[in-house]
Write a protein that binds this ligand. Structure first.
Ligand code: ADP
Ligand code: MG
Length: 418
């Protein structure tokens, strides 16, 4: 009788120590298993690295390439793919980014694609950095915009989310403006006036009582502080005047009636070829001017256009190389371009704030586009920042995205206040 409780206790105690024992054994086994797994993983990674090294003789980027692959494998992708014309939401000021595909030259030179577009409104730049002990690592810069278009997005898809809603604005009596911003070679002209671009479809189905004869188009270029007409053979220089009501007029600018979409496209292509391009150390044939294409709707017997739509192919924003250039002209051009891009940012900022102070005299570009930045909620602006995917362009790409980000950041703040 006496023994039984002791036995019971004993056996209980024995059970306890057995349990402790087995849990320690389990823990040791678990750790062993984990260690083995870790070793297997490390061996696998080493093997993979070795294979990469062997498969990429002379490719200095095999290590980065493997880091990129590893990072991307951890992401869930849902990029923008729908071409639904009504699928886009539009804000008064929208800022989007388009990544172009790698060019054949970039592929051949084993340049890496360091841009990831995981979703319809986000983007990551993987910048290669070195630690103090010279080991390589990637810094991941994350950005958010209204829309982010990856290299597989067509011009039609980009058009649907950017220009199409702007055309509507023009038919509603507002001024709509679309800017292509980015370094030379990033895809501005391809997006704004490329051969397959649908950009300038001005006949919106069922939209209006407007007849083709009631709309006109003009196309000019701003080079430094000078304006040239791109619709006339010798590209004559035009004067820009401001009247007492601060209305800005480009004197003598050719305005041609719009008849067919094809006409417009042909003219843009022709005009694009006529544009001023100079030799720079940054790029052999870079665009050093802003090209402005405008469509205006006119009411019979009324002064000034009813609504307007402007597409602006901005000069390349890469200016680092210019400051080192020995050529005085190149340096002046670079300074002019910088000035106009800064003024543009300030003007978009003023529009988002509905500010009464508009610093449009800051550059010829903003002066000529004054109408785009006044008139309150009726006006809409879209900026498409173009970026190259290539590792060699990372500095310019980050500059472009930071500029675009600041435009958007300011708008977000304004929205919070309103
Ligand atoms: P930018 O006007 O900014 O200097 P371009 O529009 O001339 O740049 O583009 C540079 C090159 O890249 C051109 O050969 C163009 O055809 C090509 N390209 C640009 N964007 C795309 C794209 N989204 N898809 C295919 N090719 C593109
Ligand atoms: Mg161009």
């Amino acid at each position: 009788r006496d023994a039984s409780p002791t036995q019971g206790r004993k056996s209980q105690g024995g059970n306890n120590s057995n349990q402790r024992c087995s849990s320690v054994v389990r823990e040791v086994n678990r750790m062993k298993e984990q260690r083995e797994k870790r070793r297997a993983r490390q061996a696998e990674q080493l093997q993979e690295k070795d294979a990469l090294r062997r498969n990429n003789p002379g490719n200095p980027n095999w290590e980065v390439s493997s880091m990129l692959r590893q990072y991307r494998s951890s992401l869930i992708f849902s990029p923008l793919r729908c071409v639904d014309p009504n699928g886009a939401t539009v804000q008064q000021i929208s800022v989007c980014v388009r990544k172009r595909p790698m060019s054949r030259k970039e592929e051949n030179s084993k340049n890496l694609d360091i841009i990831t577009v995981p979703s319809a409104d986000s983007l990551i730049v993987h910048e290669l950095r070195l630690k103090v002990d010279l080991t390589k690592f990637l810094e991941h810069h994350k950005f958010r915009f209204d829309y982010t278009f990856d290299e597989e997005c067509s011009n039609a898809l980009v058009y649907n989310h950017t220009a199409r809603p702007l055309i509507k604005t023009m038919f509603e009596g507002g001024n709509a403006t679309c800017f292509a911003y980015g370094q030379t070679g990033s895809g501005k002209t391809h997006t704004m006036g490329g051969e397959s671009s649908e950009r300038f479809r001005i006949a919106e189905p069922g939209s209006t009582p407007w007849q083709p004869g009631m709309s006109s188009r003009s196309f000019f270029e701003i080079y430094g502080t000078k304006v040239f007409d791109l619709l006339l053979p010798n590209k004559p220089m035009l004067r820009v005047l401001e009247d007492a009501r601060q209305q800005v007029v480009v004197v003598g600018l050719t305005e041609m009636p719009v008849t067919k979409v094809e006409d417009v496209l042909r003219l843009i292509e022709h005009g694009s070829k006529e544009r001023t391009s100079g030799q720079t150390s940054a790029n052999a044939k870079s665009s050093r001017s802003h090209a402005v294409f405008q469509i205006a709707l006119h009411m019979p017997d009324s002064w000034g256009p009813y609504g307007k739509c402007s597409f602006v192919d901005l000069a390349g924003n890469e200016r680092g190389a210019d400051t080192q250039s020995a050529d005085r002209q190149t340096r002046i051009e670079g300074a002019d371009i910088n000035k106009s891009l800064l003024a543009l940012k300030e003007c978009i900022r003023a529009l988002s704030r509905q500010s009464s102070h508009l610093p449009f005299r800051g550059s010829k570009l903003t002066q000529v586009l004054r109408d785009s930045f006044v008139g309150g909620k009726k006006n809409k602006t879209c900026m498409i920042a173009m970026i190259s995917p290539s590792m060699s362009c990372v500095e310019n790409t980050l500059n472009t995205l930071r500029y675009a980000d600041r435009v958007k950041e300011l708008i977000a703040k304004e929205d919070d206040i309103l």
